[in-house]
Design a protein around this ligand. Structure first.
Ligand SMILES: Cc1cc2nc3c(=O)[nH]c(=O)nc-3n(C[C@H](O)[C@H](O)[C@H](O)COP(=O)(O)O)c2cc1C
Length: 270
């Protein structure tokens, strides 16, 4: 595991942990890291570490975990995208340290986590994740879950990234191809991969291609979180190649299908 592309491609959701607590050094590192994880939307996301035993926290899809992180955000425009971006930075940082995570937005007793995390009115806590060392062998449940959502596959690039208009496949240069590959391998709720990108006049416009059933009062729109995750991979990819991303919410008015929504645009400064 070394460069960003390897970290992103190598990361997989971890649902089976080895039962050990994370080392003091790692705990300190994470405590420091979560203090401030900025995102381009300027919406602060607050993270709290929660001891599973102390708070009686568990999830039916997990085994062997002893620590969780919960993320909270004020309910306001772009909260979900900001949330996806900041939380994913933490996910990748943890993976670099050898610490496994899995985004959990559904399969948990939400009230227990919200209480432990101290969610205030006007805030939401869409997701949590365990933080721990992966077990050598996945539980049968985990293996079945991965199969069920096709977790080891992704939609082909030609169906995600478009040139000028919705649906016409983009043929990017080698650098951009690598960066878009990092976007393609992002995690998403039920592996639906709702992100779409149209490049027009050198600007990359991000869209959400919506599926039904992902919007709830307690979580906001989970698929907007997914788009925030994709944006995080895109911006980190650019940075690694020495390019700078300028993000702006400014709908270019490109014609899109009825189940799609414009989210954000990225211009690149070299
Ligand atoms: C916003 C979000 C919510 C998720 N919620 C859950 C969940 O409740 N339970 C679960 O087991 N996995 C959950 N996942 C994990 C996805 O199923 C997983 O990322 C996807 O199948 C791809 O697999 P990978 O992460 O191993 O690449 C969630 C992922 C995201 C991004």
């Amino acid at each position: 595991m070394g460069n960003l592309s390897e970290i992103i491609k190598g990361r997989k959701s971890v649902r089976t942990y080895d039962g050990n607590e994370i080392s003091e050094e790692h705990r300190k590192d994470l405590e420091e890291y979560i203090k401030d994880i900025p995102n381009p939307f300027g919406v602060p996301v607050e993270f709290v570490l929660l001891d599973a035993k102390e708070h009686g926290l568990s999830s039916p899809v997990l085994a062997g975990e002893s620590l969780y992180v919960a993320g909270k955000v004020e309910k306001k425009p772009h909260a979900e995208e900001a949330y996806g971006y900041s939380f994913e930075k933490l996910v990748l940082h943890a993976w670099k340290l050898g610490i496994g995570t899995v985004w959990i937005g559904g399969t948990m007793k939400r009230e227990n986590f919200e209480k432990a995390a101290g969610v205030k009115s006007g805030e939401m806590m869409p997701c949590v994740s365990p933080l721990g060392y992966p077990a050598k062998k996945k539980s049968l449940k985990e293996t079945m879950m991965r199969k069920g959502v096709g977790a080891d596959t992704r939609i082909p690039a030609a169906d995600l990234f478009f040139d000028g208009t919705w649906g016409s496949a983009l043929d990017p240069d080698a650098d951009m191809k690598g960066i878009l590959e990092m976007v393609r391998w992002a995690p998403s709720a039920v592996n639906k991969q709702p992100w779409r990108i149209i490049r027009r006049d050198g600007v990359y416009h991000f869209y959400e291609k919506k599926d039904k059933g992902y919007v709830r009062e307690e979580t906001g729109d989970l698929q907007k979180i997914d788009v925030g995750i994709a944006l995080c991979h895109f911006c980190m990819g650019l940075e690694e190649k020495g390019m700078h991303a300028e993000t702006a919410v400014n709908d270019p008015g490109i014609e899109i299908p009825g189940d799609a929504e414009y989210i954000v645009s990225v211009s690149i400064r070299k």
